[in-house]
Write a protein that binds this ligand. Sequence first.
Ligand SMILES: [Zn+2]
Length: 438
Amino acid sequence: MSLPGKKYQPVPSWSECVNFYHAGEGHFFLVCSFLSFFLFFVYFFSFFFLDVTLAFSAERGVVLSAEIVANERETRFVLSLDKKIPFRVFTLSAPYRVIIDLPEIEFRLLPESGRKGDGLITAYRYGFLSSGRSRVVLDINGPVLIDSSFALEADEGQPARLVFHLKATNPDTFRLHNARREKMLPPRRIDRPEVPFVLPAERPAMPLIIVIDPGHGGVDPGAVSGNSVKEKDITLSFSKELASVFRKKRKYTVFLTRERDVSLSLSARVAIARNARADIFISVHADKFHSTNVRGATLYTLSEEASDVESAALAREENKADAIAGLDLTEEPEEVSDILIDLARRETKNFSIHLARTMVASLKGEVVLNKNPHRFAGFRVLTAPDVPSILLELGYLSNETDVRDMRSLRWREKVIGSVQEAVDRYFSTRFAEPVTSK
Ligand SMILES: [Zn+2]
């Protein structure tokens, strides 16, 4: 490389690059191109670097308050914090949402905050997302643009703040704006590991594997009772207690899909069960209904045809969990069609039904069951083709007695005893004879 007056200068300045670009100097031009490419790369991947900043910010911050200020021109969303923190903001459609990603942070907000919106914001949610990140999801009543967003240091008695100015727009402008963002952000896979499909062996080696899935979590609270009891908390504490009872028995290995208050996509929950080569998968939920009199536990298994209107509505509600957590699921895997998988699916379905029926029988007489305790619907969390899966709705958060029951240790012990007995019975009949799966 020959440079006039400066030999082997390791990093050229930008003006030199530009000058040499014009002068057409060969080798040096290559170095300049590399530098430009590098800057280009930094620009396009800045979102990833921001992600890293989000994930590894040293000390956990605190959100002290959240405020919506709305007028005819715009809606402002303001988070007050104990210190300035990095953030990332973007929009999603179907339904329209604004997603604010933060480093893992503590939300010191009132339990009812976010349930009522103002202006363009109809409601908002917040919580842990995953791997050291937290998220705020704003539900929006139509297409919006983020007119501006910025972080302010604490100043003149005011705390540090994150400020978001939202303006209503039309669907075309929204789409255009989002398309630009998607070009800048390379598609990112959500936590969905690939699991090679295998037909179940004749009899699994002991111990048997149980995956328990506490429904909802993090940004997605699930159903919420009148006195702000959240489904995500009920499901987590119940699942942990259930797991510890199973773990006391040597013959079971138990995994929980989540151990804390964190968001998890429905497909990730299915993938965890499949990765673990689970013998059964139990997803734990607590329902809500418009009539406050309806109560009792219900067992659900997968079916394309729902057994009744309420089950179909419930499955629709539960399947919204990913949208509620602000997960962008534009790259859903295509439906796999394979005769082996179809065969396994049918067999798995029968085992799931057997497990649900066994559990209904053992819960009967112990606790109040829904009038039709075994129902079917298209729950996405129950779609593992090779893991018998059931969804246990413990009760209704819309019914006061059910809420009291679900929070009572005695009640939970009774249910856990029955669930455990049912699982024991299921396995003893399931493997009484070798299962043929060929
Ligand atoms: Zn649920």
